[in-house]
Design a protein around this ligand. Structure first.
Ligand code: AMP
Length: 309
C-alpha cells in the first residue's frame, strides 16, 4: 500500500512527541513513549512512505526512537531537540472499564519552546495532519505550508478547548476535516446532539467532521451525508491511549494514497483507521504499532470487512 516518494503526496504530521505514564485498573505502564505525532506517523506509515513529522522533543528523548521512525519511512529531519528541556509529559488514568480517562498531569516542557520552522523546500504538502498541539502552533505550521490545495485534517483535545477555544476556532476555520471525540465535540458544539455539534463545527468552514465514540465506533458528517462505522472489538484491551491518534493516522495515511478525497474515501479511510487503532490498544504505548506488519493490517481488514457486510 506504500505510495511512491514524490512531492504530490507528501504528508506533514504535527503533534506532540511525549513521554506518557498510563494507569489502568489492572496495570501501570511506567514511562513509555507516546504523543500524538508519534501515534499518527506510525499509523500513517502503513500507507505512505512520504510522511514528514514536525514536532519538538527534549533532552531525555531516545534518539534511537527517531532512527526507528526513519526505518519505517517517517522523516524526522524537522523534529527539533530542546537541549535545555525535558520532553512533553502526560499522565493519565483509565477508570470504569476504560470508559473514563482522567488526566493527572500535563507538563508542556519542550513544547513551550516550540517555534515551528518548516525547512525551505520542505513546505509543499498535499495533506497536513494537525495532531493534538497548542492551536497557535498548529496555525503557525499551517501558515508555512505553501500548497494552496492542501487537505487539512485537525485533531484537538479537551485541554486545548478549555485553555484556547478562540484560537482553536481560528484553526478549525482553516481545516477540511476535524477528527474529535464525542466529549470534545459536545464541548465545541455546546449541544448533546452529535449531529448539531457537527453542524455547528461545519458552520465555521470544515466540510467534514468525524466524531470518535471509543468502543462505539465513529460517525462521519458532511453537510449532506452521514455514515457510521463500528469499532473493531478487541477481547483484551490493555491501553486505549493513542487509539484516537492511530485512527486519525490511518485516515491520514489512507487518504494520502488516494487520488481524490471525498465523502466516500473518508468513509473508507475510517475502516483503515479503525483497524490500526484496534492494534494500538492491545499493548501499552506504541508497542502494538511497533511490531505491527502490513500483513497483520491486511488480515484484520479482511475480517473487519466481512463483519461490516
Ligand atoms: P489519544 O489517546 O489518541 O487521545 O492520545 C493520547 C496521546 O496524546 C498521549 O500519547 C499524550 O502524550 C498526548 N497528549 C495528552 N495530552 C495532550 C495535550 N494537551 N496536547 C497534545 N498531546 C497530548
Amino acid at each position: 500500500m506504500n505510495t511512491k516518494d514524490n512531492k504530490q503526496n507528501r504528508v506533514l504530521v504535527t503533534g506532540t512527541m511525549a513521554f506518557d505514564e498510563i494507569i489502568t485498573q489492572s496495570a501501570s505502564s511506567g514511562r513509555v513513549i507516546g504523543g500524538a505525532a508519534t501515534y499518527i506517523s506510525y499509523s500513517s506509515s502503513f500507507f505512505s512512505n512520504n510522511i514528514y513529522v514536525s514536532s519538538i522533543i527534549g533532552n531525555d528523548f531516545p534518539l534511537s526512537f527517531l532512527e526507528e521512525m526513519n526505518s519505517k519511512g517517517i522523516s524526522t529531519e524537522m523534529i527539533e531537540i530542546a537541549k535545555e528541556k525535558k520532553s512533553f509529559f502526560w499522565k493519565g488514568e483509565y477508570k470504569n472499564d476504560f470508559n473514563t480517562r482522567v488526566t493527572h498531569d500535563t507538563q508542556l516542557n519542550a513544547l513551550e519552546l516550540y517555534k515551528p520552522n518548516l525547512n525551505k523546500g520542505l513546505n509543499d504538502f498535499r495533506l497536513v495532519m494537525l495532531g493534538n498541539l497548542e492551536p497557535g502552533i498548529q496555525m503557525e505550521i499551517l501558515s508555512q505550508v505553501r500548497n494552496d490545495d492542501k487537505f487539512i485534517i485537525l485533531d484537538t483535545m479537551n485541554y486545548w478547548i478549555d485553555k484556547t477555544e478562540k484560537k482553536l476556532f481560528e484553526v478549525i476555520s482553516k481545516a477540511n476535516l476535524i477528527v474529535i471525540n464525542d466529549e470534545e465535540s459536545k464541548m465545541l458544539g455546546k449541544s448533546d446532539s452529535l449531529q448539531k455539534c457537527a453542524e455547528y463545527i461545519m458552520s465555521f468552514g470544515p466540510q467534514y467532521v468525524i466524531v470518535k465514540k471509543g468502543s462505539e465506533g465513529a460517525e462521519l458528517f458532511s453537510k449532506k451525508q452521514k455514515s457510521v462505522i463500528p469499532a473493531f472489538t478487541i477481547k483484551k484491551v490493555v491501553d486505549p491511549t493513542g487509539a484516537g491518534d492511530s485512527f486519525a493516522g490511518g485516515i491520514c495515511g489512507y487518504l494520502s494514497s488516494r487520488p481524490k478525497i471525498n465523502f466516500l474515501e473518508i468513509h473508507n479511510s475510517m475502516i483503515y483507521g479503525t483497524v490500526i487503532a484496534s492494534f494500538c490498544i492491545q499493548e501499552f504505548g506504541v508497542a502494538g504499532l511497533q511490531k505491527l506488519s502490513a500483513e497483520n493490517v491486511n488480515e484484520r481488514m479482511l475480517t473487519f470487512n466481512e463483519y461490516l457486510l
